[in-house]
Design a protein around this ligand. Structure first.
Ligand code: GUN
Length: 293
């Protein structure tokens, strides 16, 4: 039976350290400040944003959300970001994705000052990741790397198979784990919806990372005996027995997978809390760099 990797617990440990960093910065007259921009009323995005600002405030990081209507023009959104870029009291800017279809997501990401890009999505920061320079690493990949390191799961020389090639998770994570560095140095395979014979790849994974956004797509028979399984999925499935009428499940079929795996992350309580902790980490880093404290 697989050991459970408790993301909530590891995230709390990280946030405890960050709390001290925040107090140090505050003593130097720098109050780390994260501004989240939320466009529209997508219920899942609203929940994520609330969790992010709540985590910030608990660490005494200042945080506000700018709520913009669904029909905001691209010009208005870019103007909002421009004023945040110029505001010396703002250290981190996060525009919650996805954005409405009439807005060019790339243009918005490109407009965020790279020094305030706590999501690590700006092409300058992605380029730095690629060449191994210090930068803001995207929060979910960084959370996964930290989770493995703090659970003493060595990636050095291991075969990591990532299912999913998104810009938010799969691609940056592959780039991070292949680097010749501590906490990385893995052999990485990236699978996606075009992969033929997915289970031939997943069965070879020492560490299997499911980040495709499809409920239960990875089941026990697709996993090598003793593998470590990281589930990035957050999927709503109908559940009439629950008050809300739905429940959240990952990309991994937990029951069958936990019989085969040596360790597994639950959903919820796995990768999710780590993403938020790393956003706090990036915000503190941005504040430190911008204030030169
Ligand atoms: N939507 C889903 N995940 C993320 C994330 O990590 N950052 C932002 N900005 N939007 C998201």
């Amino acid at each position: 039976m697989a050991a459970i990797i408790d993301g909530r617990q590891i995230a709390e440990e990280i946030k405890l350290d960050l709390k001290k960093d925040v107090e140090q910065l505050r003593n130097l007259n720098c109050v780390p400040n994260l501004v989240v921009v939320l466009v529209g009323k997508d219920p899942a995005s609203q929940i994520y944003v609330r969790m992010k600002t709540k985590a910030a405030l608990a660490l005494r990081i200042s945080s506000e959300t700018i709520d913009l209507p669904t029909d905001v023009t691209q010009e208005q959104l870019l103007k909002t970001i421009d004023s945040l870029n110029k505001d010396n009291n703002v250290h981190g800017i996060l525009v919650q994705l996805p954005l409405p279809a009439h807005i060019d997501e790339k243009a918005v990401i490109n407009s965020i000052a790279p020094a305030k890009d706590v999501d690590g999505f700006h092409p300058v920061n992605r380029g730095k990741l690629q060449t191994g320079e210090d930068t803001f690493l995207p929060c979910t990949p960084l959370g996964i790397q930290q989770m493995l390191a703090r659970s003493e799961i060595d990636t050095n020389g291991k075969h990591v198979v990532i299912v999913g090639r998104s810009n938010i998770v799969g691609l940056p994570l592959a780039t991070m784990l292949v680097q010749k560095q501590a906490g990385a140095n893995a052999t990485v395979t990236v699978c996606h919806t075009g992969t033929v014979g997915l289970d031939n790849h997943t069965k070879n994974a020492d560490i299997l990372i499911a980040a495709a956004g499809r409920a239960g797509m990875i089941a026990g028979p697709m996993i090598k005996e003793g593998a470590v399984v990281i589930d990035v999925g957050v999927n709503r499935v109908d559940d009439p027995s629950s008050d809300k009428g739905y429940r959240i499940v990952g990309d991994v079929e937990f029951e069958s997978a936990s019989i085969v795996a040596s360790a597994i992350t639950p959903v919820p309580g796995g990768v999710g809390p780590m993403t938020i902790a790393m956003l706090m980490f990036n915000t503190v880093k941005a504040a430190r760099q911008l204030s030169q404290a």
